[in-house]
Design a protein around this ligand. Sequence first.
Ligand code: MN
Length: 391
Amino acid sequence: MAKKRYVLTDEDKKIIGDMLDENDGAIRFSHKQLKLAGYDYGYGSVQKVAKERLEEENLQAKVVALQARTRTLQSRLTYTRKLYGESLRISEDLMGAIETIPAPKLSIPKLSKTSQTITPICSPIADWHIGEVIDEGEMEGFNKYNYEIAKRRVEFLAQKVMKWVKTERNGHNIDEIHIPIMGDMITGSIHDELITFAEFPITESVVRSSKLISWYISQISTLFKKVTVHALKVDNHSRFTKKKGSKRRGTNSWNHIIAELIKEQLKYHDNIELIFHESQKAEIDIAGQIILADHGDGTTAFMGLPWYGFAREDGREAVKRMREGKRFDDRMRAHWHTAAAGPFGILCGCLCGSTELDAQAGRHSDPYQVSFLVHPKYGWFNFCRWNLKHA
Ligand SMILES: [Mn+2]
C-alpha cells in the first residue's frame, strides 16, 4: 500500500520553516534535525517548504526592484513635465517678444545698365555673436564689443551695403540679392565663460539676434524684387550641447529657433524667400554658380587659419561630388573671424571682431562683413569688405 502523502498544515510549514531558518536553509540537515526532534516529516515535505520560501523571497525581491523602478520613472516623469513646462514658457517668452515687421515700400531704381549679364549680389552675414561682451582693457584697446556696438555696426553695414548696391547698379545688372546667414549669430553656451560673462541670458540673445537680423534683411530687401535668405543652421556657438555632435546639428540648436523667429518677423515680406539648411554644408546657387557654403568649423586649426585644412576639405568635397556627377564652383566660410577672398573662396569676417581668445594667440582682425557680385560664368567679383570698426 502506497504511503499517504503528508498534507502540510500552516503549523507544519511553520515548524519546517523555523528549522530551515536555524540551518541556513540546508534541506537535508533540517530534515534530519526534525526527525531527531520527533517530527515525522518526509524529505519531500521539507524540500517543498524550502522551495516555496525561496520563490516567495524571489518574488519579494522583484517587488522591491519594481517599486524602485516605479519611483525612478515617477521622478523622471516629474522632471519631464518640468522641462515641458519650461519649454512652453521659453517658447512663450520668445514668441511674445517678437513682432512681425510690416512689409516695407520697395525702392528699385530703373537705371541704364552697361551690362546685360545678370549678376546678383551675395551679402552674407556672419558671426554676430550677440550676447558676447569683449572687454577693451583685456584687448589692449584693439577691440570692444557689446550689444550697443553690434547694433551700431549692423546699422552702419546696412547703410553701406545699400549705398554700394545703388553704386554697383550703375554698371551692373543686379536683380536679386542672396543673404546667407552663416552662423554663430549668438554667443551661446558652449563654454562656461560664455554664459558667465554674457551680456544677456541666452534666450534674450536669441531674440535680440533674430530681431537685428530681421531688421537688417528688411532694410536691404527694399532694394530688390527678389531676396533669397539662406539660413545655415549648423555652427558651433548655437548648439545646445557643449560637445560637438554629428546628429541633428541643425535643429538641436538655437539657430533653429533664430531661423523660425526670422521667418515669423519677415512673413509679410513677399519678396523674401527663406531657405533653411540643416546640413553642415549647403550648395547655394547664385546665377548658376554653386557656392558650397558652411559655417567653417569642420576644419580644425592651431593658432591661425588652416589653409591646408581648407584645401584638403575642398578636395574631399570636390571628389565626393565629382563621383555623383555634381560640382561646386567656389567655397564660402565664416567662423574664422577674418574677411578674405582668394583661392579657397570667401571668408565672411565677423561682426564682433577679435576676442580675448584671439588676443591670447596674438591674432587680430577688425570686424568685417563682406559683399560681392556673382557672374554666371566667372564667379565672384567686386569683393568688398566692410570695416565696421569705427561704426
Ligand atoms: Mn564659429
